[in-house]
Every structure is written in C-alpha cells, then in structure tokens.
Design a protein. Structure first.
Ligand code: ZN
Length: 99
C-alpha cells in the first residue's frame, strides 16, 4: 500500500514523513503533529530492527485517525478508540488496494 506524501484534511495540507527517527521516545511508531500538519512514521523498532510494512501502514491509519479526531471531532476519541477505528479502516482499505 502506498502511503501518501501529502493529503488534504479539512482546510489543511498534511505532510507524511516516513522513516522518521524518534529521538526522545524510541518506542513510538508514529506521531500526529496537528500544530505542524505532519504525520511522522518510524521505519525501525526501538532496537533498530526494520518495522514490518503492515505495522508502518497501521501506524499511518492510527495517526490519520488522530488528525481526523483533532480536526473534525475536537479530540473526543480516547487512545483505544483511535486504535480501534484505525484497525478497522486499515483492514478494509488494505483489502481494497491489495492485489
Ligand atoms: Zn495514538
């Protein structure tokens, strides 16, 4: 699945940065920065091993859900709700784009 480099959400243009190196918290797989309109996605685990592509893709949907929540839902979703919705979106979209 191709993760977009940019996408429009509300009136905002978000940039997706794959392969981001998290310095302060190396256990993060992704981060949504609505102050800078950026989604950051890690490429490796905290131990430096490459993340499975499905993990990176799932992280994209998780951070996208945070962005949707921030822009359209006034940050009402919990972390669990964010992850549950993201897993559902990813499951369906993955089937749509898989050969
Ligand atoms: Zn989260």
């Amino acid at each position: 699945m191709k993760i977009p480099e940019r996408f429009q959400l509300g009136g905002h243009t978000f940039t997706v940065r794959e392969g981001h190196v998290f310095v302060e918290r190396t256990d993060l797989y992704g981060q949504c920065d609505t102050g800078r309109n950026e989604l950051r996605l890690a490429a490796v685990t905290s131990g430096g091993a490459p993340l499975a592509r499905s993990v990176v893709e799932q992280a994209f949907f998780h951070e996208l859900t945070h962005a949707i929540d921030a822009i359209f839902c006034n940050r009402k979703l919990t972390e669990d709700q964010t992850e549950q919705l993201a897993q559902g979106f990813y499951q369906v979209v993955r089937q749509m784009v898989a050969p």
